[in-house]
Design a protein around this ligand. Structure first.
Ligand SMILES: [Fe+2]
Length: 339
């Protein structure tokens, strides 16, 4: 029993270290993005080089034969900053690109394109961007021009054509209901289709008004069950395959009748994520993280809407107002006797 307990503590330490090192990398990434955003207008070519360098680094964490773990970032670390949307889309798109076995160069193009996909929004007044009521027709027309503005801006950077296509087409949908040009299926560049899926997913989870945000589970179900015709189905199924039906950030009930929040998922075993468990006996800061990969007898029985959790459970799990993801290699776990 003592042996088992020690193994458990070791494991918990390992998990915390992995989360901590991922947070450090995320903070560095956030700084890089801040600097790229700042330089974009005054020194566009430099900003582009900086973006390529940053994505090059990030793609190293995706090297072949390594399992990828997607972590939910702490609100304290992530803050509220809007440009994390680009980083989220980059992380998700690069993960999908790798899982779809795209060449490394295409995976990097996805990353760079994702960083700049919404750059045209800088030409749209905040009054429209931050409006939480439905847009008027005129406002919507203005907003829907942002991919076109974006292409104009990145022209000064001298990006590749594929990056420009991502910016131009990230709101085009397979059934022709997208914008600005209502392109259909084969007219949309393959990389832009990947960005469209990741962008839609992240927009559902991170609304301007957090109250309107969907849970990750709801976002995936909506896209899969009602909007499938809008997306490249290979890409959409890949997203579900990698994140699982309970992506990081999902509040869940387990078969042992505990509740928790999914804090990370190994993209090759999406149904067995790590879950931070609510336990009133354990202080919140030391909360137990259950790695379901190591617990074959426990399964997730369902997703729970955070709003339906009792107050004390909600405060303990602190479901994020914004979902911010970052990815890392799976730590090489030290072989330990399983208790
Ligand atoms: Fe956009």
């Amino acid at each position: 029993v003592v042996e088992a307990k020690r193994a458990r503590i070791e494991k918990l330490k390992e998990q915390r270290n992995a989360m901590g090192s991922c947070e450090q990398k995320f903070i560095k990434a956030a700084q890089a993005i801040k600097s790229i955003t700042k330089n974009m207008y005054a020194r566009p070519k430099e900003a582009y080089a900086e973006a390529n360098g940053f994505i090059e680094q990030l793609s190293k964490s995706l090297l072949v034969d390594q399992e990828i773990v997607v972590h939910l970032m702490n609100d304290k670390v992530a803050g509220e900053e809007v440009y994390f949307h680009s980083l989220n889309v980059a992380v998700l798109a690069m993960m999908l690109g790798r899982e779809m076995k795209l060449p490394a160069e295409k995976v990097r193009t996805l990353g760079v394109g994702a960083l700049f996909h919404d750059i045209g929004k800088s030409q749209v007044p905040d009054k429209i961007l931050l409006k939480t009521d439905p847009l008027t027709a005129a406002e919507r027309d203005f907003f829907q021009q942002h991919p076109i503005y974006g292409v104009d801006i990145i022209k000064n950077m001298g990006t590749t054509i594929e990056v420009a296509q991502i910016v131009a087409q990230h709101h085009e949908l397979m059934d022709g209901t997208g914008y600005p040009h209502h392109l259909k299926g084969p007219q949309i560049a393959p990389l832009a289709r990947i960005i469209a899926v990741c962008n839609t997913y992240d927009n559902y989870c991170n609304r301007a008004n957090p109250v309107q945000s969907l849970t990750p589970y709801e976002a995936l179900s909506l896209m899969f069950s009602q909007q499938r015709a809008q997306f490249d189905n290979d890409v959409l199924s890949q997203l579900i395959r990698c994140l699982g039906v309970y992506p990081p950030g999902s509040c869940v009930r387990l078969s042992n009748d505990t509740v928790g929040i999914v804090v990370s998922v190994n993209s090759s075993k999406p149904l067995r994520p790590s879950v931070l468990i609510y336990d009133p006996e354990i202080p919140k800061d030391e909360a137990m993280i259950l790695d379901l990969e190591q617990e074959p007898d426990i399964i997730i029985s369902k997703s729970v809407r955070p709003g339906l959790l009792p107050r004390e459970v909600y405060d303990y799990l602190s479901p994020r107002k914004r979902m911010t993801y970052y990815m890392d290699q799976k730590p090489q776990s030290t072989p330990s006797k399983k208790g």
